[in-house]
Ligand binder design. Structure first.
Ligand code: CO8
Length: 263
């Protein structure tokens, strides 16, 4: 897919890595409906693009990943409009969570409210040391509305999630790492290089196997252990219909590096 430039979402492709940048730096990349709509349209295209092996999501500028949903846009909303906006954001984040490719959030500053929820919908989260995380919604008179009450406890556990949700305070990157909200903390100048190196490492593995790991984890967390393990057995079997399974195991037995063709 060629590089595209929307108003609020920028996209470029670097080899097999697709890089999505939320681009409203003057509003600390706050998410309004237009931004979510552009993201949604881009995700539809990426889901069908087999040349994109992994995706990175980041924020424009050096201050914020995303500082939340756009408070100015939300302030005058009616209850029905707010519910529709919440549903729309949830649909877009569900799409991101279920994108076939693994998605890495490269968190370069504030990840608050809807921004933290955007990061939660990604598969992995890397952050700079100056990044700040939080769900400050209760200070605005609302709960999170883009999946935070559901994805945050699934990632960090019920107690930690309720602390973040009830207090509304920010935590720094080290604390986010300590509670499992982020996978890795990097120096500011190293964030994109680290994210790209990990994206390239994942891209070097058998794509179908990586995608099926993602689906099995996501589906399993919404199901009982018995349903999850049954699904795992199905996708495990399915991989034996791919050339990459034969190649991966043959390469091991022949003591050489595998060359995955992606089929
Ligand atoms: N929405 C709109 N504009 C924003 C937002 C935001 N979330 N965050 C920052 N901005 C704007 C500021 O208004 C300011 O604009 P201007 O220059 O025109 O005055 C500009 O960005 C720069 O921000 P600050 O001057 O405030 O920068 P500081 O460095 O002083 O502070 C903070 C940075 C601490 C990040 C501060 O901007 C802040 O607290 N922002 C709001 C954070 C927040 O509360 N986020 C949660 C929003 S609610 C939400 O995300 C709910 C999601 C679910 C929605 C469900 C739908 C109904």
């Amino acid at each position: 897919m060629a590089d595209i430039e929307g108003m609020n979402i920028l996209y470029e492709q670097d080899g097999g890595i697709g890089i999505i940048t939320v681009n409203r730096p003057t509003a600390l990349n706050a998410l309004n409906r237009e931004t979510l709509a552009e993201l949604s349209e881009l995700l539809d295209k990426l889901a069908k693009d087999r040349s994109v092996k992994t995706v990175i999501v980041t924020g424009a500028g050096d201050k914020a990943f995303v500082a939340g949903a756009d408070i100015a846009a939300m302030q005058p909303m009616s209850a029905i409009e707010a519910r529709d906006f919440s549903r729309f954001g949830q649909e877009v984040f569900d799409k991101l969570e279920n994108l076939p490719q693994p998605v890495i959030a490269a968190i370069n500053g504030f990840a608050l409210g809807g921004g933290c929820e955007l990061a939660l919908a990604c598969d992995l989260r890397f952050a700079t040391g100056n990044a700040k995380f939080g769900q400050p919604e209760v200070g605005l008179g609302i709960p999170p509305g883009f999946g935070g009450t559901q994805r945050l406890p699934r990632l960090v556990g019920k107690g930690r999630a309720k602390e973040l949700l009830f207090f509304g305070d920010m935590i720094d990157a080290e604390e986010a790492y300590r509670i499992g909200l982020v996978n890795k903390v990097t120096a500011a100048g190293e964030l994109m290089n680290t994210a790209k190196a990990v994206a390239a490492q994942i891209a070097s593995r058998a794509p179908a196997a990586v995608q099926l790991c993602k689906t099995a984890v996501n589906k399993g967390l919404d199901a009982t252990l018995a349903v999850g393990t049954a699904y795992e057995a199905e996708v495990f079997g399915l991989c034996f219909a791919t050339a990459d399974q034969k190649e991966g195991m043959s390469a091991f037995l022949q003591k050489r590096k595998p060359q995955f063709a992606g089929n």
